[in-house]
Write a protein that binds this ligand. Structure first.
Ligand code: ATP
Ligand code: MG
Length: 273
């Protein structure tokens, strides 16, 4: 098997990228998939939200991308999430500048992942809120992009910049890169504006808009402080159900079968911490 690599991207801050990355990883694991989640943000939110203390990680995505550790050496198991994780912490803030020292600065992530791709069904990358060199690395390494967005007034304008960047990367660096879809998150159907923007999205992007809609749900927002994905923290919440549905819709779109959940072996380096 070779993993499908998807990045969760939107240069706008606080639109639900990390919540989507963490919950999609956990939901795919529930559907029997072997998942590696990569935290590509110095905020380390995906790391903490997976129950891994970011300040105590020996190796992180930073060590991996500058070549001090292999992907395997940087991987830990998220027991809470049921997937593997390459964590990030504030050290990663230096990556943007450090990457400039490398000639292969935009393929560092793709090249580092090489060998571990065979171990997983999915590699998910949680991008930072910027169209930086770090995000370019994610777009170069990925087969597809999942764009979470809130149905707000400037949302459409915001994603046109992202789509232009995706087109440029496709043309110059990664001809295989596709937009897997737009995911409506933090949705509140009582708000007329949200319904209108949602309709506009459908008109503009047709079947590129996922059918699943993630509602605004406080259980999803509470979960990270317990170091658990929302679908683990409260599996019966509306948010949890939405992310399980989203994972199932994604698998269906990709023509993949839901597998029986197998007992997973924890990543080797998990014992190092
Ligand atoms: P950043 O750009 O800073 O990385 P982000 O795009 O990763 O942010 P999140 O961290 O996932 O966004 O979400 C922003 C905030 O909204 C968080 O406090 C999160 O808990 C909350 N949130 C995300 N999705 C939902 C939801 N469906 N319902 C309620 N709260 C949500
Ligand atoms: Mg985030």
């Amino acid at each position: 098997m070779t993993a499908s690599v998807f990045c969760i991207a939107n240069q706008k801050g606080g639109v639900g990228k990390t919540t989507t990355a963490v919950n999609l990883a956990a939901a795919l694991a529930v559907h029997g998939q072997k998942v590696l989640l990569i935290d590509l943000d110095a905020q380390g939110n995906a790391t903490m939200g997976s129950g891994i203390e970011k300040s105590q990680c020996v190796n992180t995505v930073y060590e991996m991308m500058i070549g001090r550790a292999t992907a395997e050496e940087s991987t830990v198991a998220s027991e809470n999430g049921g997937y593997d994780l390459i964590p990030a912490n504030r050290d990663f803030a230096a990556a943007e500048i450090d990457l400039m020292n490398f000639q292969d600065r935009d393929t560092r992530l793709k090249d580092a992942l090489g060998a571990v791709m065979e171990k997983y069904d999915f590699v998910l990358i949680d991008c930072p809120p910027s169209l930086s060199m770090v995000t370019v690395n994610a777009l170069v390494a990925a087969h597809g992009v999942i764009i979470p967005m809130q149905c707000e007034y400037f949302a459409l304008e915001g994603i046109s910049d992202l789509i232009n960047t995706i087109k440029r990367i496709r043309f110059n660096k990664n001809p295989d890169l596709t937009i897997i879809g737009l995911l409506r998150v933090m949705y509140d159907p009582r708000q007329t504006l949200q319904r209108q923007v949602s309709e506009q999205l459908k008109e503009n992007f047709a079947d590129r808009v996922f059918d699943t809609i993630v509602p605004r749900n406080v259980r999803l927002a509470e979960a990270p402080s317990y170091g658990e994905p929302g679908i683990v923290y409260d599996g019966s919440s509306r948010g949890a159900k939405a992310y399980r549905d989203f994972a199932a819709e994604l698998l269906k779109r990709l023509g993949r079968k839901v597998k029986a959940k197998s007992r997973r072996a924890p990543a080797k380096s998990a014992t190092k911490r």
